[in-house]
Design a protein around this ligand. Structure first.
Ligand code: GLA
Length: 393
């Protein structure tokens, strides 16, 4: 049975009425890491791994949510959400979303919901954004709230910032909502404008190697990097009041400030500024169908993330190293926030099995961890799944 069918079946069992079915995907990011909260560029894509929601309104102000994969139920009422925060993680993403809708003046009512999916947790594929934006999208639909896509993105990000307490940028929620089959999306995180770039290579796939490591310091280190970047900006801004973020700082300008910055702050800023330039080069490479060039930029990104931004870990570094000098791998780098999760790799299709075997066995010998490997396909952003029952939707 398809995952979505299992979710729907469970919904019917529990609530015995007709749900709306929504698919909310995970994401990869090809290049442009830790640039979103520095007002730079990112290049993500929505993928074929997703969370599925079956959902319908209730007549009161209560929400009853069943998490299929955890076999857990959580109930909350739509007022005083802050007081209902949960020790389990997943309900907070959902309550955070409802909280933002209410704060923005929308009026969702109570609902019943079952969700489940195949986005691996803690692998850096943004299952949290999929929960937030997926629920927001579904509530928008069932209560006719009239929220446009960009507003939904911003509210979902705020849910994570304010309710969950992770100071994330806008990339994950943005791609969740705007993803498009066969395309990567270049988002300008300053203007919030975007452009699709076709990414449709018959012979090459996006393959993820999962370290199986989820680092407990990830959130605090993430927030720390944000602080370090703004410290850099503040130093430069004393002389250049127009500089609002690292996006406004050319390399030459940064270099002038090197003596005035602690070395660690300089390194962080340097990485971000270079990464934005790399991303623009990478988009040129895509326009020229030059995957070799694109891949070599990915390796440079990894180097920067590992040495200058210091958000990698030995497991990620090792997985990237294993791909080097392998002509069937165009590029490889750590992806997402860092300290664990996956590397993203561009690999010739015919070589995927062989390379996966070699890498898994070497990784296992070194770390005693079985690396999971996912070949992914680019897919659409959050959308309604049409079934026979709701074909008219
Ligand atoms: C996490 C955050 C994103 C982004 C990436 C790093 O996925 O949620 O906003 O900052 O890390 O690029």
């Amino acid at each position: 049975m398809l995952l979505v069918e299992t979710v729907e079946k469970k919904y019917r069992e529990l609530f015995n009425n007709e749900p709306l079915l929504v698919r909310s995907p995970g994401r990869v990011n090809l290049i442009g890491e830790h640039t979103d909260y520095n007002m730079g560029y990112v290049l993500p894509a929505a993928i074929d791994k997703a969370i599925y929601f079956a959902i319908a309104p209730r007549s009161d102000d209560k929400a009853v949510v069943f998490a299929l994969d955890m076999n857990e139920v959580f109930e909350f009422s739509l007022d005083k959400l802050q007081e209902q925060k949960s020790d389990k993680h997943w309900p907070n993403y959902l309550m955070g979303m409802v909280d933002q809708l209410l704060k923005a003046g929308y009026q969702p009512k109570g609902f019943n919901c079952v969700f489940g999916g195949d986005i691996p947790l803690g692998a850096g594929l943004s299952s949290s954004a999929a929960l937030e934006a997926g629920l927001g999208f579904a509530l928008n639909h069932i209560f006719n709230l009239g929220i446009d896509k960009l507003t939904l993105v911003k509210l979902s990000q705020k849910a994570e910032n304010e309710f969950v307490g992770v100071n994330c940028g806008i990339m994950d929620q943005y791609i969740n909502v705007f993803g498009k089959d066969g395309n990567v999306l270049r988002i300008d995180c300053r203007s919030l404008e975007y452009e699709y770039f076709p990414f449709n290579y018959k012979n090459v796939s996006i393959v993820l190697f999962d370290t199986g490591v989820s680092h407990s310091l990830a959130t605090s280190e993430y927030n720390q990097r944000r602080k370090e970047c703004s410290q850099g900006v503040n130093i430069i801004r004393k002389d250049y009041p127009d500089v609002k973020s690292l996006r406004d700082v050319p390399v030459d300008m940064l270099n002038k400030y090197r003596p005035k910055m602690e070395p660690v702050i300089f390194k962080r800023c340097k990485y971000v500024i270079e990464e934005n330039l790399r991303l623009l080069d990478a988009c040129d490479a895509l326009n020229n169908h030059d995957l070799k060039k694109f891949g070599s930029l990915m390796y440079q990104t990894h180097e920067g993330l590992s040495k200058d931004y210091e958000v990698s870990c030995k497991e990620l570094d090792y997985l990237v190293d294993l791909t080097k000098d392998n002509p069937e791998v165009y590029g490889s780098r750590m992806m997402g926030g860092g300290f664990g999760g996956c590397t993203i790799n561009l690999v010739e299709n015919h070589a995927i099995n062989e390379i996966s075997k070699t890498i898994s066995s070497r990784y296992y010998s070194k770390f005693d961890i079985k690396a999971k490997i996912y070949a992914t396909k680019i897919n659409n952003g959050t959308s309604i799944i049409k079934t026979k029952e709701n074909a008219a939707v």
